[in-house]
Design a protein around this ligand. Structure first.
Ligand code: FES
Length: 240
């Protein structure tokens, strides 16, 4: 049957599947006659592209990707991206795509690996010294001195009241309460929380006062807000 997916739909699907960290998901948008061009040469077919995926995963273990710009014209797409992994970061990722018949038929990939050790100055705290589990107390997660805060208020997150300060972001208040996961992904139900902190990645979205997909890193705290974690794109509720 003819695949009538638009270029936008093909690329959106590819980007969503790429976040799932599953090799099979990643390969879903390619066909046997697809090919991929990178600095080291051309990778052809599913097996060639699989090798490229594995190389990328080795170079960027447990990477979190941020899509900075997506531009599509007819059947050609352009993606600008960055990544943060356990060992390296990428700030200049740039891919081009030819999108036809529901698949990525050709792609170019460019990125530069930056070892994380070269980014960290000796004055910075090590990653291990930053609490990352859900057991952090609000006191431990907030800077104690030298900060002027708005009035203390209470907001309700998934039915639990938490301490917050007017004017700080909802994401900051939730992180300070010791919670790291804000939502789960549509396909794999994996947890996501604050990532970019500047309104770009949409990893931090939650339902606030009944409004879906609000970026909590951009939403200032107001007294009495009711916030709910959401699964995928969330569900609208209508009064009967
Ligand atoms: S953390 Fe990226 S949009 Fe909020």
């Amino acid at each position: 049957m003819e695949n009538t997916a638009t270029s936008q739909e093909i690329l959106n699907k590819h980007l969503e599947l790429s976040r799932s960290q599953s090799e099979q998901d990643f390969l879903e948008c390619y066909r046997e006659d697809s090919f991929l061009i990178m600095r080291s040469g051309v990778r052809r077919g599913i097996e060639g592209i699989r090798a490229c995926y594995r190389q990328l995963n080795q170079e960027l273990p447990n990477a979190r990707y941020t899509y900075k710009a997506v531009v599509i014209e007819q059947d050609v797409g352009f993606l600008e991206w960055s990544a943060d992994s356990d060992t390296h970061t990428v700030s200049d990722g740039a891919d081009s795509y030819v999108l036809r018949d529901g698949y990525i038929r050709a792609q170019t990939i460019h990125y530069t690996l930056l070892p994380k050790s070269s980014l960290r100055s000796t004055a910075e705290p090590s990653a291990a010294s930053i609490t990352s589990d859900n057991s952090a107390t609000p006191e431990a997660a907030r800077i104690a001195g030298g900060v002027t805060r708005g009035p203390e208020v209470e907001i309700v997150v998934d039915g639990q009241p938490i301490q917050a300060f007017e004017g700080e972001s909802v994401a900051a208040a939730i992180l300070a309460s010791g919670r790291r996961a804000f939502r789960t992904t549509t396909r794999l139900d994996e947890p996501r929380g604050m990532y970019c902190g500047i309104g770009v990645c949409f990893d931090c979205v939650m339902t606030i006062d009944g409004r879906l997909n609000v970026r909590t890193c951009q939403a200032p705290v107001r007294a009495g807000m009711r916030i709910e974690s959401q699964r995928g794109d969330g569900k609208w509720r209508f009064e009967s």
